[in-house]
Design a protein around this ligand. Structure first.
Ligand code: GLC
Length: 652
């Protein structure tokens, strides 16, 4: 079984079946791709389902699914498949700039988003992540992360046709569409869950259901609580089915049972269906939780990786242009493997969120010191050359202080106290803090307090405007630009979170909405303020300073090809603990970024630059100025510099 001859036989059957209407050349392409990817397909599947009595039948089923979706792939997307194969590093290039928004909060509907494409072009966006938009359960639905139907768009936003049309128009404007696929759980209103609730054993096996607390109690001994305040525990009792159901997140989000190959088959089909609508990047939600094993925390298990590797290898045959993005907010040793390791190098997800960078930036800003960031980022394991980080300052979720005891101790801090300091600082409790945010999900067992708040409010703009303190306003604007400068220079795809380009403040209106009041993450999910956006060209306004400053950063990044993600970034000590140094050294050239994390002027001694190999005059890519060859480097409050040798400019 699963020898070459078996595979040839299967392809012949597929050619008589789902592929029969394709012309012979298209059939040959399918065959060639399947053969090329076969070892990557079969390896993870054997790990996952090799022991299943019907393994071969399931393999045939998976092949059918990819063949069927391949046969239905529209022509423009087949062309895209060819283009991506010709330029596989397209998403690693410095021209990539992401933007993230809720469709309704940004532009009402998908058609509304189409009308805002000129705005995205003005910012320089090449990647648009629309937050969950598939049909959710009625609210509360965790901001759309409780999907009731994966094949329908939320009717409030439009239809699947609207989504496909939007994807086409975005692509014509050089923008790739990213959409969430909530693959770890469905809403309890999903058809599968409803059938399971009604007692259908086939669908009960799509989830984890238990007649009593015996197993749930045993599992819970080692599980982490994700929403300890609003949704404690990981199981929920449903009297109608007389079953406990595994619900890692909220009661209405039921974890899928991937031990059942039928669940894998369903999700594979959905994935390719979305790819065929023109979605270029799937943000795979909560991937760390996709496999469970008693006695573990049921996060980041090897099988969760095999699932992603199998999804990737199979989708490479049917829709090779599709990229997979892992959403795993876990510590670096567990995070990096989502980009593929060992045998799976370059064969898992292509992109993943760099949570640690985000946390370190906020930590440095509060502390006005970069020791922890330099140390922790320096320890990050390397990622495969064909992958990229997704870098961000803010997103729709809270900020959890991913600072380990070890890293803190290495720079003379106490991990627990530092995390407590950061929570105090950003919730606004710390004396003289510039930030205004709120505590999200206090966990009394660990003392953890996560943080909600928009970038602008956390960076000091809200307090400064309220106090009409113009110097403080100026500093807040500089912080906003500094943090963006860091995610732009780090390499990978930087994401601008909707509203941050205008400095939108915390939105407290969620408190009047009964379906949202229990979740203060809505504080940093404001509605787009188009009136404010109207001020974006006015340099005198705060909005204009932020927007124009950001556009300049975007343009600088696009010009600086050395920022290609193939080159790893190395944090370097600058001999000034207030100035972060990031060194990029790769085939395209060398760049040194320096960033002042304080409100005071800072100096980096020239000899340090010489030690790092930066001698002579230097060009600052951010403003085009030349720095002389001898003076120490001066940085204004919160200023950053991207320095290269001038002779490198033709290539940088
Ligand atoms: C992800 C999302 C988060 C959601 C959770 C459950 O972490 O980012 O918003 O609550 O998954 O779907």
């Amino acid at each position: 079984m699963t020898t070459d001859s078996w595979l040839f036989q299967q392809v012949d059957l597929l050619i008589q079946g789902p592929l029969r209407l394709l012309d012979p050349f298209e059939q040959a392409i399918f065959r060639a791709r399947l053969e090329e990817h076969w070892s990557d397909v079969i390896r993870p599947l054997r790990h996952l389902y090799g022991q299943h009595p019907d393994f071969e039948t399931w393999l045939v089923k998976f092949l059918h699914i990819i063949a069927q979706n391949y046969a239905h792939r529209p022509h423009d997307l087949r062309l895209l498949d060819i283009k991506r194969a010709a330029r596989p590093d397209w998403f690693q290039e410095s021209r990539m700039i992401g933007y993230v928004c809720y469709t309704d909060r940004f532009a009402d509907t998908l058609t509304g988003v189409r009308k805002k494409i000129p705005y995205l072009n003005e910012l320089g966006v090449t990647y648009l992540h629309l937050m969950p938009l598939l049909k959710p359960r009625p609210r509360p639905n965790d901001g759309g992360y409780a999907v009731a139907d994966y094949r329908q768009v939320d009717p409030r936003l439009g239809t699947m046709d609207d989504l496909s049309q939007l994807a086409v128009e975005l692509r014509q404007n050089g923008i790739s569409l990213c959409v969430d696929l909530v693959c770890n759980h469905t809403a309890k209103e999903h058809e599968w869950a409803q059938k399971a609730l009604a007692g259908d054993p086939v669908y009960q096996n799509y989830y984890f259901m238990f007649p009593d607390r015996t197993l749930p109690d045993q599992y819970e001994r080692t599980l982490r609580e994700i929403f300890p305040e609003s949704a404690p525990g990981s199981f929920t009792w449903y009297p109608e089915a007389e079953r406990w159901v595994w619900t890692t997140f909220h009661e209405y989000q039921w974890d899928l049972n991937y031990q059942n190959p039928a669940v894998f088959a369903e999700m594979l089909d959905i994935m390719l269906f979305l790819a065929n609508q023109g979605v270029e990047i799937l943000r795979l939600d909560a991937v760390a939780f996709m496999w469970k094993r008693m006695g573990t925390d049921c996060e980041n298990l090897p099988e969760a990786h095999y699932l992603l590797q199998a999804f990737r290898a199979l989708s490479r045959v049917a829709a090779p242009a599709l990229l997979l993005k892992a959403e795993a907010i876990v510590p670096p040793p567990q995070l990096v493997p989502y980009l593929g390791q060992g045998e799976a190098t370059n064969k898992e997800c292509e992109i993943a969120y760099h949570n640690v960078l985000m946390v370190m930036l906020w930590s440095a800003l509060a502390e006005r010191k970069v020791n922890l960031a330099t140390y922790a980022l320096g320890k990050m394991p390397r990622i495969p050359s064909g992958c990229a980080w997704v870098t961000y300052v803010r997103c729709h979720d809270d900020i959890g202080w991913a600072v380990t005891e070890e890293d803190a101790a290495a720079v003379g801090l106490n991990g627990f106290l530092h995390r407590a300091f950061l929570s105090d600082f950003y919730s606004g409790r710390f004396p003289h803090t510039f930030a205004r945010g709120a505590t999200f999900q206090f966990n009394p067992k660990t003392g953890d307090r996560r943080i909600s708040g928009t970038l602008a409010s956390l960076a000091g703009l809200e307090v400064a405007l309220e106090q009409k303190d113009w110097r403080a306003v100026d500093l807040a604007v500089r912080r906003i630009l500094l943090l963006h400068s860091m995610i732009f220079v780090y390499g990978g795809i930087p994401l601008i979170y909707m509203g941050d380009e205008l400095g939108l403040l915390n939105d407290y209106s969620y408190q009047d909405d009964p379906s949202r009041v229990g979740d203060n993450r809505w504080m940093h999910r404001p509605f787009m303020d188009w009136e404010r956006a109207g001020e974006r060209l006015d340099w005198q306004s705060v909005t204009g300073r932020i927007f124009q400053g950001l556009v300049r950063l975007v343009q600088a990044r696009k010009r600086t090809s050395v920022l290609h993600a193939e080159t790893a970034v190395t944090p370097v000590w600058t001999h000034n603990e207030h100035v972060l140094g990031l060194l990029r050294h790769g085939p395209r050239g060398r760049l040194l970024a320096l960033a002042n994390f304080t409100e005071h002027v800072q100096t980096v001694p020239r000899y340090r630059l010489l030690e790092l190999g930066f001698s002579g005059e230097l060009h600052n890519c951010l403003n085009g100025r030349l720095l002389d060859a001898w003076s120490d480097i001066q940085l204004e409050p919160y200023e950053s510099l991207w320095l290269v040798h001038p002779e490198q400019l033709h290539s940088a």
